[in-house]
Design a protein around this ligand. Structure first.
Ligand SMILES: [Fe+2]
Ligand SMILES: [Fe+2]
Length: 248
């Protein structure tokens, strides 16, 4: 049974039942048969605070200040953007503007769903399949369609952004390299100390249990080798800093 909000038609809404069978997923898999996808350029693994995002997207940030005040987005989104810029430097063949705009907007939909359900449904049980997760993806697309036209983005670009936002948490496969980089940036912030501090509380886990989960569950989900290298370096630093080997 589908729990997807069908209020707004999106490209993914007409996708086949099996996400892996979608032509976009098959094309991406065929173009990148080696996983994790090898880096094309330099991979930076220094602490992320050394390279804050210099995205040139201040007008877009300003347009979604309200949306950054929910669910730690004002921490999650800027840090994820810094990782996204690094990933775009490691994969220069990707459309960096598409990746960055998608990362900036991907979770803005959390500001337009029932906040009381974010923790109770969004981070408990089979949280990836929770209805609230589909809703935040759909609402994120609504935000993109509301704010991007006035900033000069064309309809085709906006739909490509929505194609990435729609399903970013709930669809098991990526449709493009840009989609993959957005997904990896969305995961990488959790390996930084700020991400561990915030996200471990969402999942009601102590830092040691949470970093164990990052290693076992999240690292294998990363699509690109650059992201694996960054995550591994961050996790090692964070475990040492937070003394997770002792405080368990
Ligand atoms: Fe999300
Ligand atoms: Fe996110």
């Amino acid at each position: 049974m589908s729990t997807r909000n069908t209020g707004t038609p999106t490209p993914a809404a007409s996708a086949p039942e099996s996400p892996e069978a979608d032509p976009r997923a098959r094309a991406f898999a065929a173009a990148h048969p080696v996983r994790p996808v090898p880096a094309q350029g330099l991979v930076e693994t220094a602490p992320i605070s050394a390279t804050p995002a210099s995205d040139g997207l201040d007008a877009l940030w300003k347009a979604v200040v309200h949306e950054t005040r929910t669910r730690g987005n004002d921490i999650h989104l800027p840090i994820s953007m810094a990782y996204a810029e690094r990933l775009c430097r490691a994969y220069p063949s990707a459309d960096a503007e598409l990746v960055l705009v998608s990362v900036l907007l991907h979770d803005t939909g959390w500001a337009h769903v029932d906040e009381s359900r974010i923790i109770s449904e969004g981070f408990a049980g089979d949280w990836r399949k929770a209805a609230i997760r589909y809703e935040h993806e759909q609402q994120g697309c609504e935000v993109a369609r509301r704010v991007l036209p006035g900033l000069g983005y064309g309809a085709g670009f906006i739909e490509r952004v929505c194609e990435i936002i729609d399903g970013h948490d709930t669809r098991p496969v990526a449709y493009s390299l840009e989609d993959a980089l957005m997904r990896d940036a969305d995961r990488l912030w959790r390996f930084d100390q700020a991400g561990i501090a915030l996200a471990s509380s969402w999942f009601a886990m102590d830092p040691a249990a949470y970093t164990d989960r990052l290693a076992v569950e999240i690292v294998p989900e990363l699509i690109t080798q650059a992201a694996v290298d960054m995550a591994t370096a961050d996790l090692s630093r964070s475990n040492a800093l937070l003394k997770t080997g002792v405080l368990r």
